[in-house]
Design a binder for this molecule. Sequence first.
Ligand SMILES: *Cc1c(COP(=O)(O)O)cnc(C)c1O
Length: 370
Amino acid sequence: MSTPVSSQNQPNLRIPGPVPLPDDVLELAGSQMINHRGPGYADMLDRMTKNLKTVFMTKNDAYFITSSGTGAMETAIVNTISSGNKVLSIIIGAFGERFAEIAEAYGGAVTKITFDLGQAADLDKVRETLKGMSDVKAVIFTHNESSTGVSNPLEELCAVIHEESDALILVDAVSSAGGVPIAVDAWGIDVVATASQKSWISPPGISMVTFSDKAWKAHATSTSPKYYLDVQQYEDYLKIGQPPFTPCLPAMFTLEVALQSMVDEGIENVFGRHHEIAQHTRDGAKALGLELLPDPKFASNTVTAIRLPEGLDGKAFLAKVNKDHNVILGGGQKALVGKIFRVGHMGWVEKSHIDEALKAAEETLKSMTS
Ligand SMILES: *Cc1c(COP(=O)(O)O)cnc(C)c1O
């Protein structure tokens, strides 16, 4: 990405996706449409697919699908699971629940293990649960739980699952991929799901998945009904340099640039930047005397969840931050409504954006508690 220039008078959008876009990306998203069955698209798709595989450190197949992130999660399920298959769902928050619901919608026999909000999955508990089960078709979980600001220890979790089962590993990495390392091949992940409006500095509209050989084997016998999200369609069309259906072109245009710039910058540097800005956010919140929701060992590098003082009206707080400071913070979801606020720091974000958001929170808290 070229040097980002903040547009004047735009709100400081600090939710965990959609992320704000710098001016040059906004301009690109407004480009003229092209023929998605023409040679230009084929070239673009080829480059994008190669770069996506580089970011995911994988030789597995990778596809672009026109949907939000939930479509990629559903893609993971419908292509690998059949009605009646045993699925272990590891839940650390709202998005983990969603993944379980999708598996249930397709008839999966879902066993859930749920951890306290703010905690990551406990490896011993996962191991013990798998030891007590047989013929588990898939283990499904969220990598980075955006609702609590917690990142599961993905590498360790995959190792435990491989040691204790032959299950497929399906990962909702919607809010981690592109900001946090995910070594698909080294860690043995079968399907990874992500979406353009998170770390990828793009508008919503495109989701991305990787698909392993083992996942393809499951696809061959999966009886779940599918059409739009059938990976076979994406694979067949990829061979002729086309999308099976009309793609969300504005998001494809910006993703092409984002993927290329990530590869040019070096993915370790991209991940390093996310770690640094996350640490800056956590330090800043703590300096204000605020407490983080997550267990510090598993605090997310793409979104920080911060506890609000007991008894404070969380909804009024968010509204006042917006009105007085033109800063848009994320609120809590489900059981955490009114109890936390969240600061997104994925994609295009600078320390000044974070400092401004934290200052807005500080001043608003002061005015509401004095
Ligand atoms: C944003 C997000 C999703 C997908 O949400 P969509 O609105 O469907 O794009 C899924 N999982 C996580 C962890 C997310 O942060």
